[in-house]
Design a binder for this molecule. Structure first.
Ligand code: ADP
Ligand code: MG
Length: 511
């Protein structure tokens, strides 16, 4: 038989198998593979000023309702607003940190709409001259770094709060929040999933905290997010009709809402339906979105320049001065920690996640050269203590200089790491006023490299593990740590590990 003649049926079989695979793949190919999700976010961040955007009323979370409401907040006739310079500075700070172009010629605009919690009947915002234009924020995704472009960042005042649950029959209104300064950060539609939106918001929160312009607490409402979502067939150039989901109150819920809404939109398209432009809400309990209102035409807010506030120009020096107050940001610090301190990318990312934590780490490095040990202390004993006590590094009682002394004592062989990280660390937390040296001496924790103390412990250990010593000599070198560990145990951690190591080797070699 000529070669290959008998391949007919076999070939036929594999071909049919191939068809089955394609059929099954099509069957299981979800809509998610056919469509692309497009997301743009509008993020409101409450600025950490003492007072409101246009008057001296305090902004304090959780105050008794309607206790911070001057006639200006309540929009009584004849009252005049006055711009809070601190809020302006914070908005510019965010803009510089996001690589935006800072608008020099500004004016405020009235955005007119009626709502019970809006005492003036309009919101003072910025319209054609947002204080910051374009710019970007970089995020980390599973497929690497991605740049999310910003459309603008503008300053505006918050509305009051309607309380629907405070009374059985009525909705109550608390005007304390009215006039609170906000920045609104608007992205271009560059995000492609709930996951990316999650990464973006995490980055925004980290940034506003680093800049000290917002506390970033989504649960308390100081950071709020509206998500705009559309879907389109992969490869299509036009965006689909968007749906806006309002008032998402946690980063996780932003991701959940986007994922749920994307599925809903894909199902509509799969069934040949048409997507309506809508404003929707998200029910965190059921995980579904629901209609709030249809949006047939663009809202008409009849914007016009706010006549009670004069237009204002920003000087270059003013912007430069604000730029100089921006601390080293996480990306910059991560790069430095990797290159100058030889930390892993993971360690660098964990340590720089919060500015105060990174500042503390850097302060340790003012007093010790052992960067790796400093990082290990921060990620190990320090972080565990903070987690256990539910505290921030600001509440950590031990000064960076003291921790540096502990690291130096270990490096000098005066302390073993195990004694330092348990017994000394514990004492240091209880009496942070004392120096680590004093505590170590008082508690008798100083490592002993005295041969008369260590020698007998080694002899005892080598006797106990006589058969293991023979194995060691035959090449099982890993057993050395067993011998060292045993001696350290008997010395209650006080023996200097380096001396123990050296002496064990000497003794074994002599045997
Ligand atoms: P609106 O005037 O309705 O507020 P904008 O054009 O100002 O709409 O955009 C608001 C937000 O919606 C921005 O974050 C933008 O990136 C996003 N966005 C715009 N078009 C789409 C779309 N087709 N799909 C998803 N997001 C979009
Ligand atoms: Mg909008």
């Amino acid at each position: 038989m000529a070669p290959g003649v008998n391949r007919g049926p076999h070939f036929y079989k594999s071909n049919s198998k191939c068809k089955w695979v394609i059929f099954a793949a099509l069957l299981f190919m979800s809509s998610a593979d056919l469509y692309e999700v497009v997301v743009g976010l509008e993020v409101h961040a409450q600025l950490l000023t003492q007072t409101k955007l246009f008057c001296g009323d305090s902004i304090s979370f959780g105050a008794e309702p309607n206790t911070h409401i001057s006639p200006i907040t309540l929009a009584h006739p004849g009252t005049l607003p006055k711009l809070n310079k601190k809020a302006l500075e914070m908005a510019v700070k965010m803009g510089i940190a996001c690589h935006c172009e800072i608008e020099k010629h500004n004016y405020f605009a009235r955005k007119n709409y009626f709502y019970p919690d809006l005492p003036k009947g309009y919101q003072v915002s910025q319209h054609t001259t947002p204080i910051c234009k374009s710019g970007y924020i970089k995020i980390k995704t599973t497929s690497g770094e991605k740049t999310i472009r910003l459309n603008r960042i503008h300053l505006e005042e918050d509305a009051g709060k309607s309380l629907h649950d405070a009374d059985d029959l009525n909705t109550c209104i608390d005007y304390n929040r009215a006039g609170t300064p906000l920045i609104e950060i608007v992205t271009e539609p560059d995000l492609r999933s709930g996951e990316e939106a999650f990464a973006f918001l995490t980055q925004v929160r980290r940034l506003v905290r680093y800049l000290d312009i917002c506390d970033g607490n989504m649960e308390e409402g100081s950071l709020r997010c509206d998500a705009n979502i559309s879907v389109r067939k992969k490869g299509e150039a036009q965006f689909g009709t968007k749906v806006e989901i309002k008032n998402l109150n946690s980063i996780r819920n932003v991701k959940r809402a986007i994922e749920a809404e994307a599925i809903r939109l894909m199902n509509i398209l799969d069934q040949g339906g048409e997507i309506m432009q809508q404003t929707r809400g998200f029910d965190a309990v059921s995980g579904n979105t629901f209609t709030i209102r249809e949006k047939e035409d663009a809202d008409d807010y009849r914007y016009f320049p706010e006549p009670d506030l004069t237009p204002f120009n920003l000087q270059n020096e003013f912007v430069e001065k604000i730029g100089n107050t921006i601390p080293a940001l996480p990306e910059e610090r991560i790069k430095e920690y990797i290159s100058a301190f030889s930390l892993s990318e993971y360690d660098a990312a964990v340590i720089t996640d919060e500015r105060d934590f990174a500042d503390y780490f850097e302060e340790i490095l003012q007093h010790t050269k052992n960067c790796k040990a400093a990082a290990n202390w921060m990620m190990g004993p320090v972080k565990s203590w903070l987690n256990e006590k539910n505290c921030t590094i600001k509440q950590f009682p031990v000064a960076p200089k003291q921790l540096a002394s502990v690291i130096n004592m270990i490096d000098e062989g005066k302390l073993s790491f195990s004694v330092a990280s348990t017994r000394l660390f514990e004492k240091l937390l209880q009496t942070p006023g004392k120096t680590p040296e004093d505590i170590a001496i008082a508690e008798n924790l100083i490592s002993v490299s005295d041969l008369s103390f260590i020698g007998p412990l080694i002899d005892k250990t080598l006797d106990k593990f006589a058969s293991k010593v023979i194995e060691y000599k035959k090449g099982k070198k890993g057993l050395l740590s067993l011998f060292v560990g045993e001696v350290m145990k008997h010395s209650r951690g006080k023996a200097d590990p380096e001396t123990v190591n050296k002496m064990i080797l000497e003794k074994i070699n002599k045997q």
